[in-house]
Design a protein around this ligand. Structure first.
Ligand SMILES: [Zn+2]
Length: 64
């Protein structure tokens, strides 16, 4: 693997990190979906919960 500090490398690493962490709904502890594909980059990340309809920037993070 090459590490030349390019922007693409950083982007890939960030994405892998976010996939590994589970995001849980603060209301019902259900699995959250990412509401906006651009969240966390230009605007705050937002999540939505299929179970209870929660929609907002708060998510409980669980490592692994
Ligand atoms: Zn929920």
């Amino acid at each position: 693997m090459q590490e030349d500090g390019s922007g693409d490398n950083l982007k890939i690493r960030f994405r892998r990190t976010s996939i590994k962490r589970r995001k849980l709904c603060p209301k019902c502890l259900g699995d959250l979906e990412i509401a906006s594909p651009f969240g966390g980059w230009l605007i705050p990340q937002e999540y939505k919960c299929k179970a209870c309809g929660y929609h907002g920037p708060i998510a409980l993070e669980i490592n692994d």
